[in-house]
Structures are given as structure tokens and as C-alpha cells.
Write a protein that binds this ligand. Structure first.
Ligand code: FAD
Ligand code: SF4
Length: 323
């Protein structure tokens, strides 16, 4: 690990005051410290924000607010999350391990880096870590990589489970920088790789995520997060689906559908949502609705199974909701 200076801060103002070129905020540390040990990221200055009062889980008529330094485990188990938003609670529960969920925070989860093995190995080329060096994953080990939203420069997936559920729920981020506060839809936060895969999101230098707001959605009670992976726990998604439906008299009024493990960013599927709307809640509807879910997909040498897996994962989530 490279040498760095360290500051522990107690307020948002102090945190912003410590931010500088080459600094990094430390929350749970479960991503940052790993990557520092590997020398994939080498911040010159680390600012510990765990004592900054950015906690709190509260709800009112407009929605649910979660503070950025809330721990994944606490959010997953909270009554305001588990009952009203099962797919969010499940996405968190199916992430990482209990120990990691006890340390890791909501803000850190959204900013975790890709699990592409080349990215995590400084001895290899990687456009995301070292712009212009190339993308060995395109012709190499790419079974777990993305098929949607990729470019010739990068085919990595975004690994967060929680972000998939939050995208389906139309969540908004609260951000604070030296210029003041702003909010941004999570859907507009992540960038596609294009020719600049090292630029992953819209966070400005030194800016803090202070919280996440989920707009009220009463029918999100009928939702599920289904994660398909190589082993039942402690593994990232090969494919996942966050699905919510509003069903009256057996007919789908509205639906929310997003997928993980397949996109360069958490992937909302508005075409599938439209195809479900107004249709009976049954298997034939689900099969027809996913027919174009993987349109535009660019499978790689080792993940040609992913378009079919995406469709089947969404169908299975819908079948689960249909009981
Ligand atoms: P940190 O490591 O502290 O920070 C991560 C990044 O976010 C850093 O760049 C930091 O500077 C920045 N940051 C943190 N908070 C803020 C903030 N408020 N404002 C601005 N910047 C901030 N995740 C899944 O979704 N699914 C999985 O299955 C899964 N499996 C895992 C398995 C293992 C073995 C490990 C190690 C991790 C796994 N994870 C998984 C990832 C895990 O969820 C993340 O490591 C964790 O959520 C990061 O949160 P943290 O608080 O520890 O972030
Ligand atoms: Fe790097 Fe992206 Fe290629 Fe992985 S897929 S090696 S992260 S450029």
C-alpha cells in the first residue's frame, strides 16, 4: 500500500474542507481499502467520514430517505424498508456477506468499483484503471461481464445489487459539494463507458453523497429481487432482476423492471415495463414482455448465455410475484 495522509472529520463542512486533488472519502472501507492494498487506487489523502452525521432512515408521504453512511445491514433490516420495499431489502441481503454488510454503507455501495479481474490487477492493461492501455476483457475472461451499454473500450458491469433496486424505484441522490446541494436521479448518475470508461459517474471532485431518496410507491410492496449467481451466497450477480408490479383484478396496471449483472450500469428496462402494462398477470404475458429485453445486447466470447438468462430471470421474478 502506498503512503497516504489521514484525517477523521465530524461534519460535512470539515469533510468538504479536507477534499483535494487525489483524496478519497473512507466510509465502511470495504471497497476502498481493498483497492488501496492492491494499488489499484492510490489516494494521497484519506478522509474518514464515518463520524459525519449522515445517518437516518425516515419516511413520510413523499417517500423514504436513507442517509449515506447508513450500513447495508441496518437498511436491509429496517421496518421502513423491508415491508414497503422488499426488492430493496432483498438486494441488500443478497449482497456480499453479513460481515461486509455490517461495515459497508449506502454511499460506498453506490460508488463501488467494477469486479472485472483485469481492473483489479495493476500488472495488466485496463482502460478504466489506466486510460488508453486497452481492454483485455474483450478477448479474454469475460463470462461475468456486461452485454448491454458496453463499448469497445470497456465491457465491465456495475456490481451493486442495491443500485438495481434503486434504479427500478426511481431513486434520487442528495449530493453536497463546496458549491452547495443538488439532487440527481440515480438513473442519470452513472455514465456508460463509451471511450472514457474511467469516468464512471457524475460526482464532482470532492462532492459527497449525503443520502438517497426513494419516491413513495405504495405498490412496491409487491416486489422482488432475484439474483442468479454461481454460488448461493457471497457472490456477485451473473444476472439479477428487480421487479415490482401493481396488479388489480389480475391485470398489471404498472410495472418496474431493472436488471443487474448484464449492463455497464444498473439497467432499467422501460420496454418490458410498457409491454407488461394492461396485460393479465400470467406466464404468456411475461414471455411476450421479455421478448425484446436483450435488444441491442453485445454478448462476448464467454457470456453468450446472458441474453437468454436475462429473459428467464425476469420471467422467474414475475412468476414469483404471481405466486
Ligand atoms: P468504501 O470502501 O468506504 O468506499 C467506496 C467508495 O465510495 C470510495 O471511493 C469512497 O471514497 C467512496 N465513498 C464512500 N462513501 C461516500 C460518500 N458518502 N460520498 C462520496 N464518496 C463516498 N456488493 C454488492 O452489491 N453485491 C455483492 O454481492 C457484493 N459482494 C461483495 C463481496 C466482497 C468480498 C466484497 C469485499 C464486497 C462485495 N460487495 C458487494 C461490495 C460492497 O457492497 C461494497 O464494498 C460496499 O458497499 C462499499 O461500501 P463502503 O462503505 O465500505 O465503501
Ligand atoms: Fe478494464 Fe473495463 Fe476492460 Fe475490465 S472491461 S479490463 S474494467 S476496461
Amino acid at each position: 500500500m502506498r503512503p497516504y495522509t489521514f484525517a477523521s472529520v465530524r461534519s460535512v463542512g470539515e469533510a468538504l474542507g479536507q477534499a483535494r486533488d487525489g483524496s478519497a472519502y473512507l466510509a465502511g472501507g470495504t471497497t476502498l481499502v481493498d483497492l488501496m492494498k492492491l494499488e489499484v487506487v492510490t489516494p494521497a489523502h484519506v478522509v474518514d467520514i464515518t463520524a459525519v452525521p449522515l445517518r437516518g432512515i425516515r419516511a413520510d408521504a413523499t417517500g423514504l430517505f436513507i442517509g449515506a453512511t447508513e450500513r447495508m445491514a441496518d437498511v436491509a433490516g429496517h421496518d421502513l424498508v423491508a415491508g414497503p420495499y422488499p426488492m430493496l431489502a432483498e438486494a441488500l441481503r443478497q449482497s456480499a456477506s453479513p460481515q461486509i454488510r455490517n461495515m459497508a454503507t449506502i454511499g460506498g455501495n453506490l460508488l463501488q468499483r467494477t469486479r472485472c479481474g483485469y481492473f483489479r490487477d495493476p500488472a495488466t492493461a485496463c482502460n478504466k484503471r489506466s486510460p488508453g492501455s486497452g481492454c483485455p476483457a474483450v478477448g479474454g475472461h469475460n463470462r461475468s461481464h456486461a452485454i448491454l451499454g458496453t463499448s469497445d473500450a470497456c465491457v465491465a458491469t456495475h456490481p451493486s445489487d442495491m443500485a438495481v433496486a434503486l434504479i427500478a424505484l426511481d431513486a434520487r441522490l442528495s449530493l453536497r459539494g463546496t458549491d452547495g446541494e443538488r439532487t440527481l436521479r440515480l438513473a442519470d448518475f452513472y455514465r456508460l463507458p463509451g471511450s472514457t470508461p474511467h469516468l464512471e459517474n457524475e460526482l464532482r471532485p470532492g462532492e459527497l453523497i449525503t443520502g438517497v431518496t426513494v419516491p413513495a410507491l405504495s405498490w412496491a410492496r409487491t416486489s422482488v429481487y432475484l439474483k442468479v449467481r454461481d454460488r448461493q451466497s457471497y457472490e456477485f450477480a451473473l444476472c439479477s432482476a428487480a421487479v415490482a408490479v401493481n396488479v388489480t383484478n389480475g391485470v398489471i396496471g404498472e410495472a418496474r423492471v431493472a436488471a443487474g449483472g448484464v449492463g455497464a450500469k444498473p439497467w432499467r428496462l422501460p420496454g418490458v415495463e410498457r409491454a407488461l402494462k394492461g396485460r393479465p398477470m400470467r406466464l404468456q404475458t411475461f414471455e411476450a414482455a421479455v421478448a425484446h429485453a436483450a435488444d441491442g445486447a453485445r454478448p462476448l466470447s464467454h457470456n453468450a448465455f446472458k441474453p437468454a438468462l436475462l429473459c428467464r430471470t425476469i420471467i422467474r421474478a414475475l412468476v414469483h410475484l404471481a405466486g
